[in-house]
Design a binder for this molecule. Structure first.
Ligand code: SAM
Ligand code: DTB
Ligand code: SF4
Length: 336
């Protein structure tokens, strides 16, 4: 137990997930303690650098141009605003900034600004993550050269259920991008969404896909669907049993012992007690800050209070102590 394996079968994963709840949580917490400080949580703050109007038709997503949500299509954010939001996130204690764009893939025109954002956020002493859709080989290399730490690219669900959720790309497209990113030496962040109408076996299959990768993703965000009005999945609101969600988290922890498992979107509809069970089950990362991309997230203050009740501390960033003077110098140099 707790060793890294890449040969998990679907049956093994289903057996882990379906064992009595107390046994599952005990096993997950035992594995968690082999590799991590059980009272430490990593915090990433999200910012939406390009909102709405996306060409893809992901049924869950409020930013798809195919659905009638009230998310406006906006122009790409200016680097200066990214700097301001990064500083605010750092001030609140986040260690990573995750910059998301509602793109199928980044255009040649927009890409240099993304690279600049990566460089400045890094210079502020934060870890960097971007999620931009599919990438060309050249773009992957440029992100690596800019110093990108993590690339987020979710598989979302099982290969079998995927066509019920997205028709504008296929599963292999996603796997190819993840593979390129990993080969370039960028940390991979890839996870999924629970509660889109998939079956229990699809959740096990998604975890099997990650757990049988040659290198497990460094970070696996597990999102609970945020059912947004105007999307085809709006009717799926409150359809997921919390215990089923916690079972997915615990199983992810057991089959990917060294991976950061992130309790991601959907915390607004979870009680503090359910979230605490997720931490007990091995979740050791959250999205931190009042907003996800277009929807609400618990207030940072509320999370701090919950952490205090649980005796949890936020992971520190090695570069967090960088002086304001040093930061200002680096930013001036990069934006000159
Ligand atoms: N366009 C890029 C892509 O799809 O890779 C990056 C941004 S996209 C919004 C990032 C991820 O957010 C999706 O892969 C999905 O897992 C998650 N997401 C989007 N809408 C969501 C929702 N309503 N509930 C839960 N997760 C959601
Ligand atoms: C991830 O797995 N979840 C984040 C991040 N990666 C990019 C996005 C959640 C989005 C929730 C819906 C919204 O706010 O638009
Ligand atoms: Fe576009 Fe990403 Fe939303 Fe899909 S999930 S519609 S690719 S922004």
């Amino acid at each position: 137990m707790g060793a890294i394996r890449n040969d998990w079968t679907l049956e093994e994963i289903r057996d882990i997930m379906n064992q009595p709840f107390n046994d599952l949580i005990f096993q997950a917490q035992s594995v968690h303690r082999m590799h991590f400080d059980p009272n430490e949580i990593q915090t990433s703050t999200l910012i939406n650098i390009k909102s709405g109007g996306c060409a893809e038709d992901c049924a869950y997503c409020p930013q798809s141009a195919h659905h009638g949500t009230d998310v406006e299509k906006e122009r790409m954010m200016e680097v200066q605003e990214v700097i301001e939001q990064a500083l605010a996130a750092k001030e609140c204690g986040a260690t990573r900034l995750c910059m998301g764009a509602a793109w199928r893939n980044p255009s040649k025109q927009d890409f240099p600004r993304v690279l600049e954002m990566v460089r400045v956020v890094k210079a502020l002493g934060l870890e960097t993550c971007v999620t931009l859709g599919m990438l060309s080989d050249d773009q992957v290399q440029q992100l690596k050269d800019a110093g990108l730490d993590y690339y987020n690219h979710n598989l979302d669900t099982s290969e079998a259920f995927y066509p019920k959720i997205i028709t504008t790309r296929n599963y292999q497209d996603r796997l190819n991008t993840i593979d390129k990113v990993q080969k370039a030496g960028i940390n991979v962040c890839s996870g999924g969404i629970i509660g889109m109408g998939e079956e229990h076996k699809d959740r096990a299959e998604l975890l099997r896909t990650f757990a049988t990768m040659e290198h497990h993703p460094d970070s696996v965000p597990i999102n609970l669907l945020v059912a947004v009005e105007g999307t085809p999945l709006a009717h799926m609101k409150d359809q997921t049993d919390s215990f089923e969600f916690i079972r997915v988290i615990a199983t992810a922890r057991i089959v990917m012992p060294k991976t950061y498992v992130r309790l991601s979107a959907g915390r607004m509809s979870m009680t503090d007690e359910a979230q605490s069970l997720c931490f007990l089950a091995g979740a050791n990362s959250i999205f931190y800050g009042d907003k996800l991309l277009t929807t609400e997230n618990p207030e940072a203050n509320h999370d701090m209070q919950l952490f205090a009740k649980l005796g949890i501390h936020m992971q520190q960033n090695a570069k967090a102590e960088m002086t304001a003077k040093k930061m200002a110098e680096q930013i001036t140099e990069l934006t000159a």
